[in-house]
Design a protein around this ligand. Structure first.
Ligand code: HEM
Length: 210
């Protein structure tokens, strides 16, 4: 005799994850494009970013954008990290990241057999997400070291001095932009992941387990 059991359903992305994700994406857009304008005023490498890719019009305008979005980015990041730790979201959804799991999923991806169950991140996604969170923390810390090199001299020292903090800040930015390009490509390849990041989505508990 078969019993009619309704599968338990859960939200794929909690409202806090969704809210902080989109606030982060908007703040990051402003930070990166205004940052490129600030960089252009005193480049550390042998190139400048094209003006159309930058925000702010000129150095002071870009700094105003950068400092305004900085608070949004940093407070939002803090909310996301505290929520991730306290709610168990990081432990449950982003960890563990093991070499064996990564190797298994890299092999699966290379043979186009990497499964994508909504509500469950594969090892490559976990690594990319944990990596970009670490890069955003690094970008904020190196940014603070450049912003207040006297008041936060210990932090500036940890970054290897003011000039080196600029290089660290640039490398963090380049990593975040690199992540962004791969991230968008993956959303284009698996577009059904996008609606749940907007609405929360619902998935049967069984579906969530690979
Ligand atoms: C710099 C900008 C961005 C960063 C740093 C970022 C970072 C992240 C992170 C860390 C997650 C995992 C969230 C968690 O579960 O805690 C995530 C998920 C996701 N992001 Fe982004 N994101 C960015 C921009 C975008 C944009 C512009 C889009 C859409 C066009 C997007 C679409 C998604 C989707 C659909 C997921 C869920 C993937 C899945 O369920 O498999 N992201 N993002």
């Amino acid at each position: 005799m078969s019993r009619n059991v309704t599968p338990k359903r859960r939200t794929i992305h909690s409202s806090i994850v969704r809210l902080t994700h989109w606030i982060n994406a908007a703040a990051m857009f402003v930070m990166v494009t205004s940052g490129w304008q600030i960089y252009n005023a005193h480049p550390i490498l042998d190139f400048k970013f094209p003006a159309w890719m930058t925000l702010g019009g000129w150095l002071a305008g870009a700094i105003a954008w950068h400092f305004a979005a900085m608070w949004v980015l940093a407070i939002n990041l803090l909310v996301y990290i505290v929520y991730g730790l306290v709610s168990g979201h990081f432990r449950r959804d982003l960890l563990p990241i093991t070499p064996a799991g990564l190797w298994r999923d890299i092999k699966a991806a290379l043979t186009f057999r990497l499964p994508h169950a909504l509500g469950h991140y594969n090892a490559i996604q976990k690594l990319l997400y944990a990596g970009v969170i670490a890069l955003i923390v690094l970008a904020v810390l190196s940014g603070l070291a450049i912003w207040k090199p006297v008041q936060l001299q210990e932090l500036t020292w940890l970054m290897g001095g003011f000039d080196n903090a600029r290089v660290v800040h640039f490398i963090a930015m380049a990593g975040i932009v690199g992540f962004f390009l791969v991230h968008i490509l993956l959303v284009i390849i698996v577009p059904r992941t996008l609606p749940p990041m907007i609405t929360g989505g619902r998935v049967a508990d069984a579906e969530a387990t690979p």
